[in-house]
Structure formats: C-alpha cells, structure tokens
Design a protein around this ligand. Sequence first.
Ligand code: CNA
Length: 296
Amino acid sequence: DEGMKRAVLGLECTARRVLENLRDGKYASVVVMAGAGISVSCGIPDFRTPGTGLYDNLQRFNLPTPESVFELDFFRASKGEAFYKLAKEMWPDNFKPSPTHLFVRLLHDKGLLRRAFTQNIDTLERVAGVPDDKLVEAHGSFANSSCTRCRKPFDAERSKNAILEGKTPIMCEEPGCGGLVKPDIVFFGEGLPAKFGICSSSDLPQADLLIVMGTSLTVHPFAGLVEMVPPDCPRLLLNMKPVGVRIPSEESNGLRLNQPENWRDAMIQGPCDEAVRAICDILGWREDLEALVESF
Ligand code: CNA
C-alpha cells in the first residue's frame, strides 16, 4: 500500500536512494522526458539559456517575438526566411549524440526503458540507437517535410538539400496549392503527433521511475507529463537549474523539490552529461557508457 511504498523509498527520497533502487532492480518501467539541454554539449544551443540560447540569438532576424520563428502565421507572412535559416544551422547531420543520449540508449539496452519522450527535433536519440518503438519525438523532427497548406508530404531529400543550399522558400508542387513546405517539426498552435497522445496515456500511469533531463518544463502539453505518473513514482530531474517546481502558496502542481513533505522528487543539478556519468558509476554501467561514447 501507499504507506509501505513510502517506507521503502525512504522519507527523504534523495537522488542516491532512487539510483540505488534502480541498481537493485526495484524499477522496471522507466520513462524519460528530455529537452534541449541534453543536446547543448553536442553543439546545439537550447532555447532559454540567457546569452547562448536560440531565443537570445534570433535578434538578427527582426522577429516580432522570438517565438515567431516557430509560428505558422509568421512563417507564411515572411516566406519562412528566419525559420529556413535557423533550420540550416540546426540541421542534425553534423552532430554526435551526447553521453546523456547514450544513457537513454543504455536504459533501453538494460531492458528498463518503457519510453523516451523528447521535445528535441535533432533526432539525436535515434542516432544514439534508441529504437523507434521506444521513442516519442513529441515536437516532430527534421526527418520528413510536408506542405503547410495541403499537408501533402514533400520529398525529404529535396527539402533538406534546398534548406542546406539556401534555395528557399520551398514551394509545394501539388497543382493549385502553392503552400510553403517545412520539415515536420511542430510549430506553436500545431497538434502534436498522434503517438504522443497514445503513448503518454499508456506509459506515464505505468511508470515506476521518471527521469526528466535538460528541459525548462515550460512547453505544454509536454511539461504536463510529470503530473501523469502514479503518486508513488519518484521523479528525478537532471538539469542546470531547478525547473517545474510547485509553488506552495499557489497550490500549483509540479515537482516538490526542497519542499517539506517531499519524499519522491530529487534533482542532480549541473550539466546532465556529468550527472549521467555519476549515475552510471552508481549503477555499475560506467564502462558500458564510455564504450558507447567511444563508438561514435
Ligand atoms: P529550453 O526551454 O531551452 O530549456 C533547456 C533547459 O535545459 C534549461 O532549463 C537549461 O537550464 C537546461 N540545460 C541547458 N544546458 C544543460 C546541460 N548541459 N545539462 C542539463 N541541463 C541543461 O528547452 P526545452 O526543451 O525545455 O524547450 C522546449 C522546446 C525547445 C522544444 O519545443 C524543442 O523543440 C526546442 N529546442 C530543441 C532543440 C533540439 O532539438 N536540440 C534545440 C533548441 C530548442
């Protein structure tokens, strides 16, 4: 029962205790939630880190707001100029997965990963070897392209070449359409892939450990996944700073880091690559991790 589970987890649910439980086989259904922070060490800037984040570096495009680069109306009105340039800079071909991506792969190799949900569009989880059926790319990816008006798929290779060679805008070739083509990454106001809804409602309630890594937990509905795990599921955050924390005065939802009655939420603060190395030391997986890192 609930009381028993709490006693087993321990009243102060520190990160170490959660990880020792993982090492000792107490969790079998780990769900990962990832964000831009896990790809920063690969050379892809995140959104919101002041100074280096993409939002601070979009000034040169004269956007009404930084978010505009991912808004459909602005994309159409500006013929996609800023977005196509950004897509060229972020194109995933030239990046290697980080130790953190490879840690997710290791969770799968060890038979512990129920699903990895990522907000990232850089496909580095795939590159790391997380199989398609274990991965939900909640905000889409650069892998495919389609027309923003008639929604017809557009040849992926041609779309990629046009973006990398700066031969943009890319126009839909369906008779009478003339819409703009973009890679299938989810813009503000667009729906998430069906797989997100299907997997989140089946996986989160079954999770026995949630690992949240490198995300500001500000983009919804993704951020809401932390609320969908069972009440006895520990939630481990690997991030540069505390995020998604419940505000007690507002009775809000969220992580209960550093709050009195907290026994389940824990954080390892700092670069996630360092955190996963420390985690692998505890789990006895360090050699496996370094071997994977070497292989890329
Ligand atoms: P975000 O809002 O930029 O938050 C990133 C978070 O990661 C912040 O809290 C940082 O403090 C933290 N962080 C930065 N570096 C590290 C590090 N080395 N180790 C641990 N934590 C770190 O990004 P989110 O993913 O939360 O926002 C959601 C957007 C960002 C999604 O829609 C993505 O598509 C989009 N995005 C994706 C990429 C990518 O695919 N790599 C890059 C930039 C933005």
